[in-house]
Design a binder for this molecule. Structure first.
Ligand code: NAD
Length: 260
């Protein structure tokens, strides 16, 4: 249904590229005004906003490092001052193992800095976002949150200890939050993308090499790599009224990988 989010406001973290950019565009196409956030890739965030505006939608960029409480609080405040409310939050910002070829390091070799940075952004970032988003949603007595976990939470890969732990943690936090706010009419769910193309993360993992992409495709039961649009469609649906009785749910969008 087009324009099902008219009058609504959506916040997308990690909206400078990949899944977040496509999800921000999808929210806008449904009529939502969108806050796009990212920390370092400001050019990418502004580009996402430009793309939405050129397509006739409304969006604003806010610089925010999701691992910093003051940044996250300011981002939610900015959203309220700009648009007056916050209906949907897609907590999607995340980093991969370390931006190099995998596997990066088994537990015995994993540098403490990689562990801390990954947990700070991927897990604490989701905690901080929900903390401030839920404060506003509880005031409104309305809201839907979708957090990005990963198929890695169900299918851990040796060498990805911090990443996999962070994404398993996101599932726990999602269920915890869902139970805490269910009676207030607020829903919280998670998506678990499988390998997804046109993302910086996927390019890191495959070294952007076609032969590596093919290898990855062959381990996916549906024999194709996911597209950001596959994940965005699930996120929009989880936020929609069609999913109004769904909370605490963990939804793989992975071509069947997590069923193996
Ligand atoms: P991506 O690298 O293209 O996007 C990540 C986004 O997060 C970027 O916009 C980046 O600027 C932002 N970001 C990074 N650190 C941040 C911080 N501290 N504060 C705010 N923003 C920050 O990759 P993507 O695949 O689109 O990643 C989106 C999410 O999907 C991530 O959580 C990732 O773990 C998850 N995921 C991706 C895949 C895949 O194959 N691409 C698979 C499973 C899960």
């Amino acid at each position: 249904m087009a324009n099902q989010f008219d009058g609504r406001v959506a916040l997308v973290t990690g909206g400078a590229s990949g899944i977040g950019r496509v999800a921000a565009q999808a929210f806008a196409r449904e009529g939502a005004r969108v806050i796009v956030c990212t920390d370092a890739n400001i050019k990418g965030g502004e580009e996402t906003v430009k793309m939405i505006k050129e397509a006739g939608g409304e969006a604003s960029f806010v610089k925010c490092d999701v691992s910093k409480a003051a940044d996250v609080e300011a981002m939610v405040d900015k959203c309220i001052s700009l648009y007056g409310r916050l209906d949907y939050a897609f907590n999607n910002a995340g980093i991969g193992p370390d931006g190099k070829r995998v596997p990066i390091a088994n537990i015995v070799d994993c540098p403490e800095e990689i562990w801390d940075r990954t947990i700070d952004i991927n897990l604490k970032g989701v905690f901080l976002c929900m903390k401030y988003e839920l404060k506003q949603m509880l005031k409104q007595k309305y809201g839907v949150i979708v957090n990005t976990s990963s198929v890695g939470a169900y299918k851990p890969v040796p060498g990805f200890c911090a990443y996999d732990a962070s994404k398993i943690g996101v599932i726990g936090l999602t269920k915890e939050a869902a139970l805490e706010v269910a009676a207030a009419g607020i829903r919280v769910n998670a998506v678990l993308p499988g390998p997804t193309d046109r993302t910086l993360l996927f390019d890191y993992l495959t070294g952007a090499k076609p032969e590596e992409k093919n290898k990855m495709m062959n381990v996916i039961p549906m024999k194709r790599i996911g597209h950001p649009e596959d994940i965005a469609a699930a996120v929009v649906w989880l936020c929609s009224d069609s999913a109004s009785f769904i909370t605490g749910h963990v939804m793989p969008v992975d071509g069947g990988m997590s069923a193996m």
